[in-house]
Design a protein around this ligand. Structure first.
Ligand SMILES: NC(=O)c1ccc[n+]([C@@H]2O[C@H](COP(=O)([O-])OP(=O)(O)OC[C@H]3O[C@@H](n4cnc5c(N)ncnc54)[C@H](OP(=O)(O)O)[C@@H]3O)[C@@H](O)[C@H]2O)c1
Length: 361
């Protein structure tokens, strides 16, 4: 029997599910054992169920092509085969909340890409370089669920990854007011140009629910645990506008910041390039060696040149300069389906395994 942890992917046929399949193809610790999707796909082979919807740059891995897709709603049938699951299903929030807890109650840890549980007080929402200590809240969650090894852990929204790590690196200078405009790729909506031709040469100034997530979720990352619950931080105040742009992969953010302790530009750049956390310390398989790169050229970061920095797990920053209204402004870029979705979830799972939260059943 394989020594690797056996993994199931809920929502395996979708855009994020396909990313999980690609990322896990040669993973040293995790092996895809089961794929699950809606009742429409259940019973078909993975190749048949995906059909013409394969959206990755690399071919579909041979190992999954002939797997029979299970129905996400048949919890026992999926859970009995695996040590833990990644979740990337597109259902209503209430349905996702319920089904992810049902999986946890079968003693199957759930590492989720979905937003449904991001504000459940005893569910950790983690970027492993920023707040891995929030995983400690899992003990309270297990008490509530009545489980010994089952729990739900989530990663935050893709939009914040282009500036939340940057602001974290600058924490000691006490940023207190932030204005961010995000320019978000169409893959963030699970789409390519083939299935969203209206986006060619177009900009749409609205992404439902995105601004609230972009303003609030960083505060939860910077929060602390009190009485078995995560309490969000109350500073800095963040205001955002989120705009859909004709880019396939890569969310760019143009950001203005005020600091209580105004640093020099050199200090800010030094904090970015030296920023690292637990994944780097532990040498986790998906951890970028350097999480944040600073690019000196005036025309960087660019999506086409920089989105794949550190296999899509790193953040690229440029155009840092003093501002006349705020203290500083900069541009950040991250890969929305890698660092921002499946890759971020895989890094969470690696951290959870390294910390002993995910083990063989
Ligand atoms: N794309 C991103 O960059 C991104 C980033 C962060 C978070 N997310 C979130 O991640 C989730 C998945 O996003 P996506 O872009 O991968 O969506 P997607 O491409 O539309 O895929 C949705 C997946 O959910 C399954 N599904 C749909 N209805 C279902 C039902 N009633 N019961 C069980 N399974 C069902 C689909 O199966 P069938 O193929 O059988 O229909 C498919 O596998 C969403 O909640 C999204 O908000 C996406």
């Amino acid at each position: 029997m394989s020594k690797k942890l056996q993994v199931g992917i809920l929502g395996a046929t979708g855009m994020v599910g396909q990313r999980f399949i690609s990322l896990l193809e040669n993973h040293p610790w995790f092996e895809v054992k089961t794929v699950a999707a809606s009742p429409r796909s259940a019973g078909k082979t993975y190749e048949e169920a995906v059909g013409g919807r394969w959206k990755m740059e690399t071919p579909m891995p041979e190992a999954v092509k002939n797997m029979i897709v299970k129905n996400v709603n048949e919890v026992e049938a999926v859970a009995s085969e695996v040590d833990f699951v990644f979740s990337a299903v597109d259902m209503s929030k209430d349905e996702i909340k319920k089904i992810e807890e049902e999986y946890a109650k079968t003693e199957t840890p759930v590492v989720s890409n979905n937003s449904a549980h991001r504000w459940t007080p005893d569910v950790p929402m983690v970027v492993p370089e920023i707040n891995p200590e929030h995983f400690e809240v899992i003990a309270s969650q297990k008490k509530r669920l009545g489980t010994t090894r089952g729990f739900v852990a989530v990663k935050p929204n893709c939009s914040i990854q282009s500036y939340a790590p940057v602001l974290t690196a600058w924490k000691e200078f006490e940023p207190y007011e932030v204005v961010a405009t995000t320019y978000q790729a169409i893959s963030g909506a699970g789409k390519t140009f083939k299935d969203w031709p209206e986006m060619n040469g177009n900009i749409i100034p609205y992404i439902g629910g995105e601004e609230e997530k972009s303003e609030q979720e960083p505060l939860r990352l910077w929060g602390h645990i009190e009485n078995g619950e995560i309490v969000k931080a109350d500073s800095p105040v963040i205001t955002t506008q989120c705009i859909r742009v004709p880019v396939l992969n890569g969310h760019t953010a143009a950001v203005f910041v005020k600091f209580r302790k105004k640093p020099t530009k050199e200090q800010l750049i030094e904090k970015l390039t030296s920023f690292s956390g637990l994944p780097q310390e532990l040498g986790l398989p998906s951890a970028p060696k350097q999480m944040i790169q600073y690019l000196e050229e005036d025309d960087r970061p660019q999506v086409s040149l920089d989105v794949d920095y550190e296999n899509g797990m790193g953040i690229s920053v440029g155009r840092l300069r003093e501002d006349t209204v705020y203290d500083y402004k900069f541009v950040g870029l991250s890969h929305n389906t890698l660092r921002g979705a499946a890759g971020g979830a895989v890094l969470c799972a690696e951290t959870l395994k390294a910390k002993g939260y995910i083990t063989k059943k």
